[in-house]
Design a protein around this ligand. Structure first.
Ligand SMILES: Nc1ncnc2c1ncn2[C@@H]1O[C@H](COP(=O)(O)OP(=O)(O)OP(=O)(O)O)[C@@H](O)[C@H]1O
Ligand SMILES: [Mg+2]
Length: 270
């Protein structure tokens, strides 16, 4: 479990705190979405979850390891993978396979095990066959999946992704979400920062940040139903959620449809 306990974080020299009194826990294997307006502290929280930043006050523990304990820094970072907001900032290798190998190589993973991890990570993000490709020749969606593979090669129990679909077209977005669904099915906890609540339909839980504090923590359905809170967070009800609630209002139960295909299947079972 990741436990964030009454955490405050102030950037060096900043006048006010980026996060102020935030508490939350994240259980293994779950899917949590984090939303909030620009500047609400989402990326700061992401960096606190894997120990890239240490709290100014309060405590973050990862499976009982305190992230502020420098002796455990590598353990924490290999357990909590972080994919940054801009994948270009994360690319370090001159070819795809080197890029993916970078993290585990630094952990001292032996050669043959390294090969296995790289192959597995590339297969998980569907980049098999592009091992020798130069990263700058990849599409934006492929680059984002490469960044995810780099985090996966560390075999993290928790994977934090900071707006992983923001720069992608519809196809790249659905590729990345598909990969995340497979990873969760295989047991990895997904902590997914996004501006797009339609992506929250996959999550068991949504945490909304506002001005560095938790404004909501619960299921997506209750947040979507609270118009005042949605407005105060600057969030829009996704079209699919609107459709599902309109159908329900008309007496048609489509269950917990998450995609347009789910709705079609519920209305006209094949
Ligand atoms: N390196 C930094 N130094 C000083 N202040 C920072 C730094 N990074 C972020 N901040 C400030 O901390 C607050 C939270 O920023 P953060 O990047 O965590 O927000 P965010 O929710 O991720 O925003 P966005 O949606 O734009 O990505 C903002 O007020 C921001 O200006
Ligand atoms: Mg951010």
């Amino acid at each position: 479990m990741i436990a964030v306990e009454d955490v405050t974080y102030t950037y060096p020299g900043a006048g006010s705190a980026a996060l102020d009194g935030v508490s939350a826990t994240i259980a293994p294997g779950t899917w949590t979405v984090i939303v909030g307006p620009n500047g609400s502290g989402k990326s700061t929280l992401a960096r606190l979850l894997n120990g890239l930043l240490a709290p100014s006050a309060g405590r973050v523990t990862v499976d009982d390891m305190d992230t502020a304990d420098e002796a455990r820094a590598w353990d924490v970072r290999s357990r909590v993978g972080l994919v940054l907001q801009n994948p270009d900032n994360q690319i370090v290798g001159t070819v795809v396979e080197e890029d993916v190998a970078f993290g585990p190589e630094n952990l001292g993973v032996p050669r043959d095990e390294l090969r296995r991890r790289v192959d597995e990570a590339l297969a998980a993000v569907r980049l098999t066959g592009l091992e020798r490709r130069e990263p700058h020749l990849l599409s934006e969606g492929q680059k984002q999946r490469l960044a995810i593979a780099g985090a996966l090669a560390m075999r993290p129990a928790y994977l934090v992704l900071d707006e992983p679909t923001a720069m992608l077209d519809a196809e790249g977005r659905s590729d990345v979400l598909g990969v995340l669904r497979e990873l969760q099915a295989a047991g990895t906890a997904i902590i997914h920062i996004t501006h797009d609540l339609s992506e929250a339909l996959y999550a068991q839980r949504v945490i909304a940040l506002k001005h560095g504090a938790v404004a909501y923590d619960g299921p997506a359905s209750a947040l979507l139903a609270d118009d005042a809170l949605m407005a105060s967070l600057g969030l829009e009800v996704p079209p699919l959620a609107r459709l599902v609630s309109a159908l329900r209002g008309a007496g048609l139960d489509v269950g917990d449809a998450r995609t347009a295909e789910d709705v079609v299947e519920a209305l006209w079972p094949s």
